[in-house]
Design a protein around this ligand. Structure first.
Ligand code: NDP
Length: 333
């Protein structure tokens, strides 16, 4: 089957149109469209148009408020809270971004607590604008149970991604964004569809026994990356994006979820720091460039984000290719 070619503004328009037909107002639809278009632009297809069916399902089931009006509140000198009004995360994030930036510049450090949102996106889209604004930033969010705690047998943690960004003297900031599971669940789904085995150490079956069969892993659980170390990071994400800000843990979110194919209701935690206010106001930018130079000096290395930025340059110019099957599914929505 041939692919469909789309320019990025066509991707944006397709998402807005689809979501508005499913019950979003324009403001919410456009905010989600910016995130999906950015994912397609940077070659992160697992969080691009492929997700549109899930967004639409949550609107059709009535779980997500497509006309959400996020409310921002300064609840402590360095804490900004946004109540997402039961909507998709992107508009809540856009609402909280400038207050977070202002608060971090004033105090040196500030946190954004996002509650009552539905998060279905990659985190780098949220971290990059903060790093472009000259801030060091960290974000994390939880999901539904998909990962066992180290030594256990039953999924408890979400795939719980963590993203981190650092400003550069010139050019794109350095941003990494990674799940705390060995691989994303989407990769296991892909392996099941294509009929190939997963590597050892990726997941367990429903009884908690190690397996390389992707179907058995989908019925069972993933493992955290790096054994007990990744497991602790997944726990940390639960505590920051749930316990700290008064939102759900993954297991609580799953209990309430209607399993319509979209994300569960939950929260997100973002920390922003102004490196110019930590004691090396004049030198921090040049100093950190020394580290990046040392990394680049070793053959075989690259900085996280380099792949995305190479894709960005090409796809902004040439547009993106989408499989006819995914395109047809979107038109059906
Ligand atoms: P990957 O393992 O593909 O990549 C993780 C990070 O490592 C990226 O920043 C990537 O940069 C970087 N990287 C990859 N290879 C190298 C290398 N050789 N040298 C240096 N850096 C490298 O990501 P995951 O599969 O773990 O996560 C995928 C996405 O899923 C994330 O965007 C995450 O936010 C999202 N997610 C969202 C969830 C949600 O609930 N909303 C849940 C779980 C995941 P680059 O991009 O340039 O390759």
């Amino acid at each position: 089957m041939t692919d469909v070619k789309l320019a990025l503004d066509e991707v944006h328009a397709l998402v807005v149109d689809t979501l508005m037909r499913c019950g979003c107002d324009e403001e919410n639809a456009a905010a989600v469209a910016r995130v999906i278009t950015a994912a397609e632009r940077d070659g992160c297809h697992s969080h691009g148009l492929m997700r549109l069916a899930g967004y639409a399902a949550t609107l059709k089931s009535g779980k997500v408020n497509g006309k959400a009006r996020p409310r921002v509140e300064q609840i402590a000198p360095a804490v900004v809270r946004v109540d997402g009004d039961g909507g998709f995360a992107p508009l809540a994030l856009e609402t909280g971004r400038q207050p977070l930036v202002d608060c971090a510049r004033k105090n040196g450090i500030a946190a954004l607590a996002l509650v009552d949102i539905y998060h279905f996106a990659a985190l780098w889209t949220e971290i990059e604008p903060l790093a472009e604004a000259g801030l060091c930033a960290l974000a994390c969010t939880s999901y539904k149970p998909a990962v066992i705690p180290a030594g256990g047998k039953k999924a408890l943690y979400g795939t719980n991604p963590i993203a981190f960004g650092w400003p550069r003297k010139s050019g794109n900031p350095v941003v990494f964004d990674q799940a705390t599971s060995v691989v994303a669940r989407g990769e296991v789904m892909l392996a099941a569809r294509e009929g190939h085995q997963m590597a050892e150490g990726v997941g367990v079956d429903a009884d908690g026994n190690p397996t390389t069969d992707p179907n058995a892993i989908l019925e069972g659980s993933l493992l955290a990356f790096g054994g007990h170390k990744g497991s602790s990071l997944a726990m940390m994400v639960e505590l920051l994006a749930g316990g700290l800000i008064g939102e759900s843990f993954s297991f609580e979110a799953a209990r309430r979820d209607n399993n319509d194919g979209g994300p569960p209701q939950g929260g997100e935690f973002i920390l922003a720091m102004d490196p110019g206010m930590f004691g090396d106001a004049e030198g921090w930018l040049d100093h950190s460039e020394l580290l990046f130079e040392q990394i680049a000096a070793q053959e075989g290395t690259r900085l996280p984000g380099d792949r995305r930025h190479a894709n960005r340059e090409r796809n902004t110019r040439d547009g993106i290719s989408l499989s006819q099957a995914v395109y047809d599914k979107i038109l059906e929505l």
